[in-house]
Design a protein around this ligand. Structure first.
Ligand SMILES: [Zn+2]
Ligand SMILES: [Zn+2]
Length: 404
C-alpha cells in the first residue's frame, strides 16, 4: 500500500487484522513501559518514550502538564468533531512478584500493577494504526494522562486546557481487567465507578485525669457516638437501592489508660454512585459531626478532600463501543456487566466539560497461563494477546463514531 488508506473503508475484521499486524510492536511498548514503571506525577521516562514513538510516526504532540501529553492525528475529511482516547501512565508503590522474565520492573518497589502499561501500549498501537494504515475521517486526540492512582491527573489536564483546539464528539478509555478473559470486552451503561471523598474529623475535647472525668470533656466517647450514628445515615437516610460506602479507616486519640485525651482524629472515606447522594452524604456527615460534638460539649472540625467523581458512561458512546466490540469479537465475547464497581477512576473528569464519555474493560485474564491476580496485586499480569484486541476495538469505535 502507498501510504495509509481510509479507516472508514475498513471492516472490523480488517481493522482487527491490521491491529494483529502491529502486535509485536505494541507488546514491545508494553514491556518497555512495564520494565520502567514510574509513580504518579513522575512519569518522565514514560512521557519521553511516548514522545519518541509519536515522533517516529510523525504525530504532532505537546505537553500540557509536566507529565501529560496531548497528541493529535488530523482527520482526512474534517478537522472538527474529534474522538479523544485516554491512557493513564502511572504505576503503583508495589514490589513486583517473581515472573515476567526479561521485562520485570527495574524500579525497586514500583510496579505497573493496574495495567496502565497496557493502556499506553494500546493507545500507541491505535496511533500507529491511524497514522500508517488507515486514516480517520475526523481528528483523533490522544491523551496520555499522569497520576491516576494518586492525586488525579485528569482534572488538572482538563483545567490546563488539554481539550482545547478542537471540538470533541466523544472521549473513550479502556481499563485492563484480569477477571475478564483475554479475547473479551466488558462494559456497562450508566454508573461504572464510584465517587470517592475523604473526610478528616477532629473532635476537640479537654483532656485530664481519668479518675475525674467531670473536670474534662472526653472526646473518645464522642468519637464512638459519631462512628455509630454515621452508620444510621446509610440505613435510614439513603434510598436502600442506592449503594454507598462510609468507612472510618482510621481513628486516633489518647495515649494512656489513665489519661483523658484532648482530641480524637478520625479519617473516613465516602463513596457513592450518584452525584446528589454524594453531596447529601458530605453535608450530613458534617452536620452529624457538629451535632454529636455539641451534644457532648465538644467541638469538631470537618475537612473534606474531594476525590474522583462518579463514573458515568454516556449512552451514545457506550452503545458505539458495544457495537464495535461485537463487530470485532462477536457477541459471545462482549459482556454486559450487571454491577458497577465501588472503585474509582479519574477518567470521568474528562466528562466535566460536557463531552460524552465511555470507559470499558479490556479482558486480560488467562486462567491457563495463571494470569488471574487482581489489579493492584504484586502478581498482576496481563495476557498480551489482549493488546491488539484493545487496538482493534478502539479503532473500530472511532470509525463508528465518525460515521455517525
Ligand atoms: Zn489502579
Ligand atoms: Zn487503573
Amino acid at each position: 500500500m502507498d501510504g495509509p488508506g481510509e479507516l472508514a473503508e475498513l471492516s472490523a475484521a480488517e481493522i482487527l487484522s491490521a491491529a494483529e499486524g502491529l502486535a509485536r510492536r505494541v507488546t514491545a511498548h508494553r514491556r518497555t513501559i512495564h520494565a520502567g514503571p514510574e509513580l504518579s506525577g513522575q512519569e518522565h521516562a514514560t512521557c519521553a518514550y511516548v514522545e519518541g514513538v509519536l515522533d517516529a510516526m510523525g504525530i504532532e504532540h505537546r505537553r500540557v502538564l509536566r507529565t501529560a501529553i496531548v497528541a493529535t492525528i488530523p482527520g482526512s475529511r474534517s478537522q472538527d468533531g474529534a474522538v479523544g482516547l485516554r491512557a493513564d501512565m502511572d504505576a503503583l508503590p508495589i514490589t513486583e512478584a517473581e515472573g515476567r522474565e526479561g521485562y520485570r520492573s527495574r524500579n525497586d518497589g514500583v510496579m505497573h500493577a493496574c495495567g496502565h502499561d497496557g493502556h499506553v501500549a494500546v493507545q500507541l498501537g491505535v496511533a500507529e494504526l491511524l497514522a500508517t494504515v488507515a486514516r480517520p475521517a475526523k481528528p483523533v486526540r490522544l491523551y496520555f494522562q499522569p497520576a491516576e492512582e494518586r492525586d488525579g491527573g485528569a482534572l488538572p489536564m482538563v483545567q490546563a486546557g488539554a481539550l482545547q483546539g478542537v471540538s470533541h464528539d466523544a472521549i473513550l478509555a479502556l481499563h485492563c481487567a484480569s477477571h475478564v478473559p483475554a479475547g473479551k470486552v466488558a462494559y456497562r451503561h450508566g454508573p461504572v465507578t464510584a465517587s470517592v471523598d475523604e473526610i478528616t474529623i477532629t473532635i476537640q475535647g479537654q483532656g485530664g485525669h481519668a479518675a475525674h472525668p467531670e473536670t474534662t470533656i472526653d472526646p473518645i466517647p464522642v468519637a464512638a457516638n459519631l462512628v455509630t450514628a454515621a452508620q444510621q445515615l446509610l440505613t435510614r437516610e439513603i434510598d436502600p437501592v442506592k449503594p454507598v460506602v462510609l468507612t472510618f479507616g482510621s481513628i486516633h486519640g489518647g495515649t494512656r489508660p489513665n489519661v483523658i485525651a484532648d482530641e480524637v482524629r478520625l479519617e473516613l472515606t465516602v463513596r457513592s454512585l450518584d452525584k446528589s447522594i454524594r453531596q447529601f452524604l458530605l453535608k450530613r456527615v458534617a452536620e452529624l459531626t457538629d451535632s454529636v460534638a455539641q451534644t457532648h460539649r465538644a467541638t469538631a472540625t470537618v475537612e473534606v478532600t474531594n476525590g474522583y467523581p462518579v463514573g458515568l458512561n454516556d449512552p451514545r458512546p457506550t452503545a458505539v463501543v458495544a457495537t464495535a466490540a461485537t463487530e470485532v469479537l462477536g457477541p459471545e465475547n462482549v459482556i454486559l456487566e450487571d454491577e458497577p464497581s465501588m472503585g474509582s477512576e479519574d477518567f470521568f473528569h474528562f466528562g466535566d466539560t460536557g463531552v460524552e464519555i465511555c470507559m470499558y474493560r479490556l479482558g486480560v485474564g488467562n486462567a491457563e497461563l495463571g494470569i488471574e491476580a487482581p489489579l493492584h496485586s504484586p502478581r498482576f499480569d496481563l495476557d498480551e494477546s489482549a493488546l491488539p484486541i484493545g487496538v482493534a476495538v478502539m479503532a473500530t469505535a472511532i470509525r463508528n463514531l465518525q460515521a455517525l
